[in-house]
Ligand binder design. Structure first.
Ligand code: SF4
Length: 236
């Protein structure tokens, strides 16, 4: 059993927002605000396309599942995976290999023989790039799979919509520590119920929350809702 209860689980996708900007995660989770821009709309369409495909598909030595629900009581996160592939690593018999943490390298699947390695694939819009938040979100999915299936998940991939290519991500100790730390701090932020101060930076121009966050105007510790309430009170 992990350190969080089912009621305490937060959306896994918040990890990406949190590492992009803590205020952004607070606006979404604490203040319940969301704004789309061109980037988020394109991203939503890409995810819908994945969701519209068959939920389970077989391609040679790979079983592809879409929309698998994931959760980790250690991270305190839950969410839906775009794609989890199960790659065949052994045709049959028994798989005795264990890694140091005592986890198996692959698992049996119902109705098919052999042992299969889970491989999460997350879909992102745009060009290929390394983004800390994307990689931590994928690593969080891997940690969920390890906790749920009792096997190790050493690698996954991010599929980028523009070049239609995958970038492999290795879940090493550094990325795992960063992901666990982000999940812990995300819970602290949400439990504090306080929206961090806005600070205008270059990245704000690509942030879909720019128009509700107003970082140039609300550069204070106030929440957006608090700012609007004061502004409206002054008008009347
Ligand atoms: S506009 Fe800037 S400060 Fe506001 S949520 Fe987005 S990145 Fe954060």
């Amino acid at each position: 059993m992990g350190i969080y209860t089912e009621e305490e689980l937060l959306p896994l996708s918040l990890i990406q927002h949190f590492l992009f900007c803590e205020r952004r995660a607070a606006l979404v989770q604490i203040e319940g605000l969301w704004e789309d821009n061109l980037f988020t709309v394109e991203g939503t369409h890409l995810h819908q396309k994945v969701d519209d495909d068959l939920p389970v598909e077989s391609r040679g030595d790979v079983r592809i599942t879409r929309g698998l629900m994931l959760r980790s009581f250690n991270l305190g996160l839950s969410g839906k995976a775009d794609v989890v592939e199960f790659q065949l690593v052994s045709e049959g018999g028994t798989l005795s290999s264990l890694i140091p943490r005592g986890l198996a390298m692959a698992i049996p699947l119902p109705s098919v023989s052999g042992f299969w390695r889970p491989y999460p694939v997350d879909y992102k819009r745009g060009r290929m790039r390394h983004e800390e938040g994307f990689e931590a979100q994928l690593c969080a999915q891997a940690i969920c799979l390890e906790e749920m299936l009792g096997c190790v998940v050493p690698e996954g991939a991010i599929y980028y919509g523009k070049p239609h290519r995958r970038l492999a991500v290795v879940f090493d100790e550094v990325l795992r520590a960063k992901t666990s730390d982000a999940a812990r701090r995300l819970h602290e932020l949400v439990n504090s119920d306080r929206t961090p101060q806005a600070r205008y930076e270059k990245k704000c121009e690509s942030c879909s929350m720019l128009s509700v966050c107003m970082p140039k105007v609300t550069g204070s510790r106030r929440s957006v809702k608090g700012y609007m309430a004061t502004a409206l009170a002054n008008v009347t």
